[in-house]
Design a protein around this ligand. Structure first.
Ligand code: WT7
Length: 643
């Protein structure tokens, strides 16, 4: 049975959809969009101008995404489970919200925001742990037309401040503390530090997660529970009428240059794309429970914990804790406890669980599981098979889903259970998506087997519309490198059968445990140390994280001990960006390889870090070719020491 009119239930239907999305995109997407609830219909389905990087979908339409994610289902299936929450500590009680209850909570949160004077078009920063209040906050913003900007709880005060400032957030929603396994993280303290440098923030709403005593600044800080108790006027929870192209949210992501970009997604297109991809990629069936292990601080959590599943009327599980605490069976226990049907996670976590337990979770039958999904980085064959055979017991469909913060939702994947599954290959493009591979000279590769830089030829509803406050940056980053195409930044292989395999970033972006980090951003943080004169960061193969962070650093610490020197640099990066950005290897070197014109030759550093010095290529153009063997030895020593 189809859960939605737009569900594709066979390869024949998939091929027909691809053909019609290709031949007549406007009527194809209009038909998909018809199954949503609109306040006013659109005037045009799609406007697209690659040169100006201007795109609009369902222009002229009026809607509110939360009516589609909540009210619609609360009317038809009020008692159905919308959101289940599992706390960090297995001994603490979880929380469950039916569609009717989730709607009430979101309405009340919307009322809280309105009482604080937040209105359509305002930006709201959200720096919360994985608690239901995070979902209420996100959806309450959408309900009143405020633009949410969720900042991952692992980012530092400085990183939070720069995001709050960039988007001129008026309100910050945070918590006293976050729980991560046995650790507590003092979120409010970090927020307080950030707020010293975030003048746009007028009010701070503080959710008491642990009840720890935190300082509350009179006139600025408000207790969530207290505000909640005053927000009992149901009239304040109504849904604002939004334009299709009104911004829905900002999410910061790293690029190869400069500071992170505030990627902006708008209302209607994002709604259609996340619902369409959720239903089709995972082949969602009515009544199913979806367990996505991401954090809502990343796009995966936005699209496949919150919006996609709720738009489809599914049950979504959010988990506050870690896969390996109190022990490494936690996820399997949750799958059994909640009878999860779809399990969506990242290769890095699978590799780390696999390293602990090659045989897999044998004591857990996990009979409810039907579909497994992978996201965030290339999945190696070993992890793919372990996932399929040991977690899925060989009876679940596995879909590897390729996409990006900028694409809003899944772009290339196997439709679960439909025969386009191949280890290490993401699979086939969703209807409407036209991947094109470019060679090094920017020439389009002919159809069939090929390798090149992955570009996309056609607009799709979920694509990012702008970079907050800097539209030119969107145009330059994604639409100018290969004119007429969207450039993804990824390298890719295409098989004879037309399946796509993503090989990794071709720009200066690292993917560390599925977290995206820019080398420039990392170098700036390292260079902020007064003893450092310069640095260059490259990735290197890491068995668990996918890529590790290797920093070559030129510095003068006098005769201070090595451990002190290392700690200072690592702590500084942790302070400027966050603990996720701390380099795995610090290699102190006398100089960096440069061309005669003074440009750092990263290619050489990459080869050294990948231990592929044989294919280093020509180094004769270097200013100091003698540096190369010195750097090699320094890297190998450091790596040996680190293991
Ligand atoms: C980059 C985007 C999309 C949600 C999480 C990451 C890499 C993502 C895959 C995959 C190989 C993948 C790409 C991409 N990536 N999914 N299935 N196979 N690589 O979002 O932080 O915006 O990062 O992650 O390199 O460009 P993101």
């Amino acid at each position: 049975m189809k859960s939605h009119p737009f569900q594709l239930s066979s390869m024949a239907e998939y091929r027909a959809a691809c053909q019609s999305a290709d031949e007549n995109p406007a009527s194809f997407w209009a038909e998909v969009a018809d199954s949503f609830q609109w306040i006013q219909p659109w005037e045009s389905v799609v406007e697209s101008d690659f040169e100006a990087a201007h795109f609009a979908w369902f222009k002229g339409a009026k809607l509110n995404i939360t009516i589609n994610a909540l009210d619609r289902h609360a009317r038809i299936q009020p008692q159905a489970l919308a959101l289940a929450w599992e706390p960090n500590d297995p001994n603490e009680q979880g929380r469950r919200f039916s569609y009717a209850e989730l709607l009430q909570h979101v309405e009340r949160t919307a009322g809280m925001l309105r009482r604080l004077g937040i209105k359509k078009g305002d930006t709201v920063g959200i720096y919360l742990p994985m608690v239901p209040e995070l979902v209420f906050s996100v959806l309450a913003c959408a309900r009143i037309g405020a633009i949410h900007s969720v900042v991952f709880g692992g980012f530092s005060a400085q990183a939070l401040a720069s995001r709050l400032n960039d988007a001129s957030c008026r309100l910050l929603i945070t918590a006293d503390e976050a729980l991560r396994g046995a650790k507590k993280i003092a979120l409010k303290n970090i927020a307080d530090e950030a707020l010293l440098a975030s003048p746009s923030v007028e009010r701070v709403l503080v959710f008491a997660r642990t009840g720890a005593k935190v300082s509350m600044k009179p006139g600025r800080d408000l207790d969530w529970a207290e505000s909640w108790s005053h927000a009992n006027n149901p009239a304040l929870g109504h849904a604002e009428t939004m334009d299709a192209e009104d911004p829905l949210f900002i999410l910061y992501t790293s690029g190869s240059t400069g500071k992170p970009k505030g990627v902006v997604h708008t209302t209607a297109g994002y709604m259609v794309w996340t619902a369409y991809t959720f239903v089709n990629v995972f082949q969602y069936k009515p009544g199913e429970l979806h367990f996505c292990t991401a954090d809502i601080g990343w796009i995966t959590g936005h699209s496949y914990i919150v919006y996609g599943p709720l738009l489809a009327g599914a049950s979504t599980l959010m988990f506050e804790g870690l896969p390996n605490w109190p022990d490494s069976n936690r996820w399997w226990q949750l799958i059994e406890k909640y009878k999860a049907n779809i399990f969506y996670t990242a290769p890095t976590a699978l590799r780390s669980l696999m390293a602990d337990n090659k045989e897999g979770p044998m004591e857990f039958a996990m009979n409810s599981l039907r579909v497994l999904g992978s996201v965030g980085e290339p999945i190696n064959a070993e992890a793919w098979h372990w996932f399929k055979d040991k977690v899925g017991k060989g009876r679940c469909a596995l879909t590897d889903t390729w996409w990006q913060t900028e694409t809003g939702g899944i772009m290339i994947a196997a439709l679960a259970g439909m025969g386009s599954e191949l280890p290490t290959y993401a699979g086939l493009p969703l209807p409407g998506i036209v991947p094109v591979l470019m060679d090094a000279n920017g020439n389009r590769q002919p159809a069939g087997e090929a390798e090149g830089n992955l570009c996309l030829e056609k607009p799709w509803p979920g694509m990012a519309r702008t970079v907050y406050g800097d539209h030119e940056r969107l145009r330059q980053t994604y639409f100018s490198i290969h004119p007429g195409y969207y450039f993804t930044g990824d390298g890719c292989l295409r098989s004879k059968e037309g399946m796509y395999r993503i090989t990794g970033r071709v720009d200066d972006v690292l993917n560390v445990s599925g977290h995206r980090l820019g080398t420039a951003e990392l170098e700036n943080a390292i260079n902020a140390h007064s003893c450092v004169s310069e640095s260059a960061v490259v990735g290197y193969p890491h068995s668990i994280k996918g890529q590790g962070i290797c920093a070559f650093v030129v510095a003068d610490f006098g005769n201070r001990p090595v451990f002190e020197r290392n700690k200072e640099v690592l702590d500084l990066v942790g302070k400027i960006i966050g603990p996720i950005a701390r380099p795995d290897l610090l290699v102190f070197v006398p100089g960096l390889p440069k061309t005669r014109s003074g440009k750092i030759m990263r290619r050489i550093l990459r080869k050294i870090a990948e231990e592929q010095s044989d294919s280093m290529g020509d180094i004769s153009t270097l200013l100091e070719p003698d540096l190369v063997p010195i750097l090699q030895t320094a890297f190998l020593n450091e790596k040996k020491g680190g293991d």
